[in-house]
Design a protein around this ligand. Structure first.
Ligand code: BGC
Length: 721
């Protein structure tokens, strides 16, 4: 079912220009290479070192001897051409190198962080940004990205929530597939981190994960499956353990599920030194043991540990590791190199001068990613009466943070800050005042008074606060999720002026916004939007664009609610107001502050006439749902109509609802449209009491509306065939 792979080969090699020898079927070419390789050369293919600056003389020597399968973190087209020349001309078997890099949300043109982009609910735009990023990366010699990150994250303390698509397996799967398709128009994609890495206990990076096989399969694996079905050529094994088994030595995950059940024939790469980390995990006593376990579990490439290179030859010679395991790993790596067309021309698509920045796409996706969280009394968009605007806050003029925590070759100099864009858009007729007020993380309050004085002089204050980019991403877990430093004090002081305040947030995760949600009239979530941040924010603040982003993740009221996610279980004692013994807290409601799927618009939308075509369906049928969506306000706007399903009774407990469809619907003021959703009954399958993936007959409810709390509902039944 990996339908897009042949397209990838064609796109890169161009079928007509491939020489005859290269047209021999890929497996025959691999057989022929394997037959000629020494044990050392085979093990060399499994070795993936990182460069730190230029390729070192020692690494150059390894490449020449055929003892490196790929390199990563190289800088630029010339470095890539040079090292490919050494591999192709000076190594005995002329095998080209995989050249990897973490191209996460752009190479030089930096797009919104993936979490923000998931908020577009627009897989086509995610495919477009991945395609653009891949083209730029390819131009610089990169042929392999360690993206997309498809980890489901239900815990905003975990900093890497920024790199994925949020909490939902359905939205996450569509985004995963779209990004794989986009990247693989010119480079190899890697779905990571396999698996359940986002389930780290207490949200602490790299921490233990202990979830059931059912949750792994129902929640964490679907985006990986979607990536594989979309043709992803590689998968990265994760740092974490699941229930006692580290993912970089988990034969069940890699051999049984990924290769056996899903038919994946690409390569599995470890994460950075994750093979060596089997020792501190406590399942290997020596480096050799760690290597033996990882290879047996189907991890083909050893990122940075250099354990395979150092240990496998002796392990094979002593009979402790079967040569067949090495051969299989080599085969999978060579297969991807051949599919990429590297043997024919490792430099195809590499350019002497980089392509121009893709600003139009960057601005479009940044605008679509913005989520309007609050807008009391129609404060936004800013109108003609906003003659004096105070732009306050440590992120107002910042051009580094908007690049986000993993910005590859992004440059602050390419970023349009919020302040710059507001000045540009406000024009000569308005006065724009600016003060940072505070730093991002320090305790200095001396600038607050001056900032407050500006807010007093202004008609409206745009307060740009949030996290530095370094506060999310890898190794950046937080136990507190309020505004860092003294920004909460700045916020409260500015709001105390009584003047209208628009809070513009930049952050890599949901923050705790409970105070703001009560006291600040307008709240705009921008995450980290990349190089076109300022323009996109100004487009929304001034109403040139009507915001249409929707939250891909729940916003908790307080840290104590975490993990919090919409597709939770009902429990035997669901919350009932006024009763003491249901599953609840004494001090906060169970509900999030802002639910999954939530986002406002400058117009309003209404839903009516929910109809199901056929209320009794067989497992092979498709549920057809229609609903009328109306723009009930006075501005054109785009609604994200969302469809959720609840399976009323199962052989195991089922989530209270699950997203099964959505559509972006653009409507003029007063316009109505009948929107149709088609939900294959098969998409209601789950892992049942006997751990079989089935759709169980029974009754279901469907909910349609603006977010995961949608109330318009109808019932249907699935009957046995
Ligand atoms: C990260 C991966 C990344 C790798 C290579 C690791 O620390 O977990 O996501 O791809 O480094 O840079």
């Amino acid at each position: 079912m990996r339908t897009t792979r042949p397209l990838l080969i064609l796109a890169i090699t161009g079928s007509l220009s491939v020489p005859l020898a290269a047209q021999a079927p890929i497996e025959r070419r691999i057989d022929s290479l394997l037959a000629r390789m020494t044990l050392e050369e085979k093990v060399g293919q499994l070795n993936l070192p990182s460069v730190f600056g230029p390729v070192s003389p020692a690494q150059m020597d390894l490449v020449r001897k055929g003892l490196v399968g790929g390199l990563f973190n190289l800088d630029g087209a010339q470095a890539a051409r040079d090292i490919q020349r050494v591999a192709m001309e000076q190594s005995r078997l002329h095998i080209p190198l995989l050249l990897g890099l973490d191209v996460i949300h752009g190479y030089r043109t930096i797009f919104p962080i993936p979490l923000a982009e998931a908020g577009t609910w627009d897989p086509e735009i995610a495919e477009a940004t991945a395609r653009s990023a891949a083209r730029e990366a390819r131009a610089a010699g990169v042929n392999w990205t360690f993206a997309p990150m498809v980890d489901i994250a239900r815990d905003p303390r975990w900093g890497r929530i920024a790199e994925g698509s949020g909490e939902d397996p359905y939205l996450g799967s569509l985004m995963a597939a779209a990004r794989v398709r986009g990247f693989q128009t010119s480079i190899l994609a890697t779905a990571k981190h396999f698996a359940a890495y986002g389930g780290a206990e207490a949200g602490r990076e790299y921490n233990t994960v202990d979830v059931s096989e059912r949750t792994v399969r129902d929640i964490y694996l679907p985006p990986f499956k979607a990536a594989v079905d979309a043709g992803a050529g590689s998968i990265m094994s994760a740092f974490n353990e699941i229930g006692g088994v580290p993912s970089s030595a988990n034969p069940w995950l890699t051999n049984t599920v990924l290769r056996g059940e899903w038919g994946f024939d690409g390569l599995v790469v470890s994460d950075w030194t994750s093979i060596a980390e089997l020792i501190p995990h406590g399942i290997a006593a020596t480096r050799a043991d760690a290597g033996r376990l990882a290879l047996a579990a189907g991890v083909d490439m050893d990122m940075v540990s250099q354990i395979y290179l150092d240990s496998l030859p002796a392990l094979v010679q002593s009979g402790r590791v079967p040569i067949a395991q090495v051969d299989s790993a080599v085969r999978r790596i060579l297969r991807e190199k051949l599919r990429l067309g590297l043997f024919e021309d490792p430099n195809r698509g590499v350019m002497a001068t980089p392509p121009p920045l893709d600003r139009d796409l960057a601005r479009r996706v940044a605008r679509e990613s913005i989520v309007l969280l609050r807008n009391e009394s129609g404060l936004l968009p800013l109108g003609a009466n906003a003659k004096t605007i105070a732009v306050i806050g440590p992120l107002a003029a910042d051009s580094a943070a908007p690049l986000g925590p993993w910005h590859t070759r992004g440059q602050p100099g390419d970023v349009v800050s919020v302040l710059t864009a507001i000045r540009e858009r406000a024009g000569a007729g308005a006065t724009v005042l600016h003060a940072a007020g505070t730093g991002l993380t320090d305790a200095d309050t001396s600038g607050i008074a001056a900032a407050v004085a500006l807010a007093r002089r202004a008609d409206v204050t745009v307060l740009v606060v949030g996290e530095p980019d370094s506060m999310s991403g890898e190794a950046s877990s937080r136990a507190r999720l309020d505004l860092p430093g003294v920004q909460e004090r700045l916020q409260q002081a500015v709001v105390a002026t009584g003047k209208p305040v628009v809070l513009v947030l930049m952050n890599g995760r949901p923050l705790i916004l409970s105070w703001a949600a009560e006291h600040v009239p307008a709240i705009v979530e921008t995450w980290f939007l990349g190089i076109e941040t300022g323009h996109a924010v100004a487009d929304v603040l001034f109403g040139d664009v009507n915001p249409s982003g929707r939250l891909p993740v729940s916003f908790p009221r307080t840290v104590g609610q975490i993990p919090i996610y919409y597709n939770a279980k009902n429990t035997g004692r669901p919350a009932v107001a006024g009763q003491h013994f249901p599953s609840k807290y004494l001090d906060v409601p169970n509900s999030p502050l802002f639910p999954f799927g939530y986002g406002l618009s400058y117009t309003s939308f209404g839903y009516r006439d929910l109809r199901l075509r056929g209320a009794r369906l067989g497992p092979a049928d498709t549920l057809v749902v229609t609903v009328t969506v109306a723009n009930t306000g006075t501005r054109a706007g785009t609604e994200v109509a969302q469809l959720y399903v609840r399976d009323d009774v199962g052989s195991v407990t089922r989530p209270v609802r699950e997203l099964k469809g959505f559509q972006r619907v653009a409507l003029a003021p007063g316009e109505t449209r009948s929107v149709e959703f088609r939900v294959p009954v098969q998409s209601l399958a789950f892992w049942d009491a006997a751990m079989k993936f089935v759709v169980e007959p029974g009754t279901f409810h469907v909910f349609v509306g603006s977010n995961s709390t949608a109330e318009l509902d109808a019932g249907f039944e699935v009957v046995a065939p």
